[in-house]
Design a protein around this ligand. Sequence first.
Ligand code: PLP
Length: 367
Amino acid sequence: MKDVTKLARKGILTLKPYVPGKPIEEVQRELGLKDVTKLASNENSNGPSPEAIRAIEAELDTIFRYPDPSCTLLRNAVAKKLGVGQEMITLANGCDNIIYMIGAAFINQGDEVIMAEPTFPVYESVTRIMGGRAVPVKLKHHTHDLDGMAERIGPKTKLVFLCNPNNPTGTIVPKAALNRFLAGLTDDVILALDEAYFDYVSEKDYPDGISLLRDDLNLIALRTFSKIYGLAGLRIGYAVAHGDLIGLMERVREPFPVNRVAQAAALAALADEKHVERVLRQHEEGRAFLYRQFQRLKVDYVPTQANFIFVNFKRDSQEIYHALLKEGVIIRPGTIWDYPTSARITIGTMDENRRLIEKLEGFLRRR
Ligand SMILES: Cc1ncc(COP(=O)(O)O)c(C=O)c1O
């Protein structure tokens, strides 16, 4: 094959493809294991509402038709639930796709985009794909350093990504700090507030991005059906913002961003509040269990407001990752965020949590 790199758009050769949590099927294939527990991608192991499954089945007869590109029914249902106008919402193929739309709509060559380090890596890759410059600001005590981020805002700044709760640390920015930050933003800067884990937050001092939307503020809140609604495999996320900002994002929207099955499932999932309550109860039980077990095993952890826990083993976490993998438990080692002794572990079902602890304890005892 000839060298095709000369054909690439400027800048993309330094990008690396996104590294997802290791898929269950890959571990089964590679290690010949049948029973694999994945706690590496912050999915909801409880799965979706049974109503969503029924809606998926009912939709199958129509999959030869293109979906509604505007997701009208779902958009109206989300708008009603959030108490905003439907023109303030755009849905897409996961929040990942929303982040791409934000990049495509707003980032010019040379624009600076401020984000935490570490945070959700898609912000940086989208920035670089668009020819922007990512400006990382290190977390302080595992939390966004909003003062540090405000200091980095300059004439070239176009966008700030704020992940609240932050992935991978699970920490939140509280109301007063966010309000202070917003008060300092000028008209030329957009704040993309990623609230993918919004529904898991129990802390009272957590700011709800939707309630902060104002006509004079360039604020875009991001939410997803991948987490609490358990529909990660169908890919549905959305942005909420002033209709004018949404209008700009829709100019770069794919023709049919959300497939029919996903739209039907999300609509049914949204209506099943009992399921969300069940998931939350399981989540709280799992979190309390894992906190207790980590304390017993003397594993440090960052208290979380999301469905994952950032732990510090104080030893090479790759070694622990590989040892757990052999036992059929997948976690996310911290090397990808430059935290070589840390790992991010999704809170699973109680069976999954127990299995994790049993395998982890076995490893720690052997060492
Ligand atoms: C902070 C954050 N934003 C966005 C996403 C992507 O969500 P989606 O599955 O809707 O693309 C994730 C997924 O893990 C995430 O952690």
